[in-house]
Design a protein around this ligand. Structure first.
Ligand SMILES: NC(=O)C1=CN([C@@H]2O[C@H](COP(=O)(O)OP(=O)(O)OC[C@H]3O[C@@H](n4cnc5c(N)ncnc54)[C@H](O)[C@@H]3O)[C@@H](O)[C@H]2O)C=CC1
Ligand SMILES: O=C(O)CCC(=O)C(=O)O
Length: 527
């Protein structure tokens, strides 16, 4: 088996490359390239490991013909076009906890730096001024910290701020009263936070809702003398309004680690009294960078080598223990989806995926993804279990999942049901010996078949001599039969013949089969 190839395109702790190699991947570290250079190179790689500098755009993804996974060594994935990655079937992963403590500590450091004007005092002292009378600070003890965003980092900031004897008020639409009590913070609405906070710190992602959350209008309603810290994402604060309010003295201090446009090599805020900044250093500690590098490499290698999915933003997680158990089910599910896709006529509007017996103990999402991928192969060659659910949604396909704990005739069963113009139709399969996918039911007719390679599907009237006539027709045309499977509703009723052949069957032979007396439906299948 060829080794998966990974490109590390941003500066990353060297442990990442070591882990990739130890886990059986080939790895190249090529940083600082232009988008055009990355576009020219990316087609060679199965995995792309990034931090925040590489922007993974739709154009880059278009050129990424082999790419299976993008791993962000860090939290924010606003530098990745996730919808484009999803529709190309590329898994996007991040490392949601590896740098949280470090980033929270940076926010606290900036709060303290603002309270005591440390950067300006340092610069002027080192310039030989000894400006003792120019730097009257404020205590943080007893002050109110307004926390916008109380997720992982926000919660750590809150705990540290409480340790500094600050009072913490938090605004986060997803913060429950119970969690606020557990964190020791007061849950408030945004407007109350704006009016009450002596310090404000932001810890939300940048979304349509959070963009400009500290707008000019809100900044103007803050307490006079407020100090503001942003270690989350540029774009959360109106930078022009912040500059005006620093100039007017309404805002006493602001510390930005992140800017609306990065790298921020120039900004109207630079040089403004009370303004301090760092170049997106929130996650930059040795500890955090080792954490995220190890974690992203482990996660990506696990996916590329074993199919395990951890911390993916566009597909359900799949642990390294689950992955090998699910693998044969996913092969079965893909084959059943593909069978339905090849046999069903017209536009499908609804699909049901039922798992029964042992299959019901497993995570159903990957099974659903595999059924949909098999089904939609007829629309697109680049469909896989990552993008299939998105494509299904785009096409308005109603997908239902049903789990039945009890066993039926089989110890484990996956059934795929679709609504067709002829009514509801279903196919089902099981695993022989826990790993071998087998079809066991096709549209209500029991049959045991391995769905593999080129196959011929025939529905016929059950009559003596029919099987022999099909066998000799194929023989006459030089087509060798590999396996032969039969099933029927009842003696003399509707029967199904499913056989594997050593080569695709051409149109001429298909017509001859079609013209054979007793044939009702005939279809060439491929798996
Ligand atoms: N400066 C740096 O180097 C770093 C920055 N970050 C950034 O920090 C941010 C937060 O990270 P985590 O705490 O790990 O994320 P998280 O997902 O654990 O927490 C984010 C919180 O924001 C809340 N939120 C969402 N929409 C909101 C809204 N409209 N108003 C108020 N709250 C809202 C969510 O409910 C959630 O609790 C991310 O944007 C991340 O990119 C993370 C690491 C390093
Ligand atoms: O990788 C970095 O230095 C930035 C980290 C960051 O912004 C994040 O994890 O969201």
């Amino acid at each position: 088996m060829t080794k998966p190839k990974v490109l590390i395109s941003d500066k990353m702790d060297p442990n990442a490359a070591r882990i990739f190699e130890a886990r059986g991947c080939d790895v190249d570290v090529i940083t600082g390239e232009t988008p055009e250079q990355l576009i020219a190179r990316i087609g060679d790689y199965d995995g792309l490991a990034i931090r925040s500098s590489t922007r993974v755009t739709a154009e880059i993804l278009e050129a990424a013909t082999n790419l299976k996974v993008i791993g962000r060594a860090g939290i924010g994935v606003d530098n990745v076009d996730i919808p484009a990655a999803s529709s190309k079937g590329v898994v996007v992963m991040n490392t949601p906890f590896g740098n949280s403590i470090t980033t929270a500590e940076h926010a606290i450091a900036l709060i303290m730096a603002l309270a005591r004007q440390i950067p300006a005092a340092n610069a002027r002292t080192q310039a030989g001024e000894w400006p003792k009378n120019d730097f009257m600070g404020v205590e943080v003890t007893g002050k109110t910290l307004g926390l916008i965003g109380a997720g992982n980092i926000g919660a750590i900031v809150a705990s540290r701020a409480l340790g500094l004897r600050m009072k913490v008020v938090a605004y986060d639409p997803f913060l429950t009263e119970e969690r606020a009590i557990e964190m020791g913070v007061e849950k408030v609405d945004l407007e109350a936070l704006i009016e009450r906070a002596d310090f404000i710190t932001l810890h939300t992602p940048l979304t349509d809702e959070t963009r400009n959350i500290l707008s000019r209008e809100r900044l103007e309603r803050t307490k006079k003398g407020v100090r503001i810290v942003n270690c989350a994402r540029g774009g959360l604060i109106d930078e022009a309004a912040l500059k005006d309010l620093l100039d007017s003295g309404h805002v006493a201090g602001a510390a930005l680690d992140v800017f609306a446009k990065e790298p921020a090599k120039d900004s109207p805020l630079f040089g403004t009294p009370g303004f301090i900044c760092t170049p997106h250093l929130g996650a930059s500690t040795t500890e955090a960078q080792v954490n995220v590098a190890l974690q992203v490499a482990e996660q990506m290698a696990d996916y590329l080598v074993n199919g395990g999915v951890t911390n993916a933003l566009n597909m359900p997680s799949l642990s390294a223990e689950e992955a090998p158990k699910l693998k044969p089910y996913m092969a079965l599910a893909e084959k059943l989806g593909s069978l339905v896709g090849q046999l069903a006529h017209g536009n499908l509007t609804r699909i049901g995926i039922e798992v029964e017996g042992a299959a019901a103990q497993l995570n159903i999402k990957p099974i659903t993804g595999a059924v949909l991928a098999g089904l939609m192969k007829r629309y697109s060659q680049s469909v896989n279990m990552v993008n299939a659910p998105f494509l299904a949604k785009e096409r308005g396909l109603d997908v239902r999942e049903i789990r039945r704990e009890r066993e039926g005739d089989y110890q484990t069963l996956v059934r795929v049901k679709v609504d067709t113009e002829q009514g509801e139709r279903s196919v089902a399969g099981t695993l022989f010996g826990k790993t071998q996918p087998r079809l066991v039911d096709i549209f209500g007719i029991g049959i045991e078949a391995d769905l593999t390679g080129d196959m011929l599907y025939v529905v016929n009237e059950d009559a003596p001599g029919f099987i022999g006539s099909i066998g000799s027709l194929l023989g006459k045309n030089g087509i060798n039969i590999g396996t032969f499977h039969l099933g029927r509703r009842e003696a003399g009723g509707e029967a199904v013949l499913l056989l594997s052949v050593d080569q695709p069957i051409n149109q001429d032979v298909m017509k001859q089969i079609c013209d054979t007396p007793g044939v009702k439906v005939v279809k060439a299948l491929s798996f």
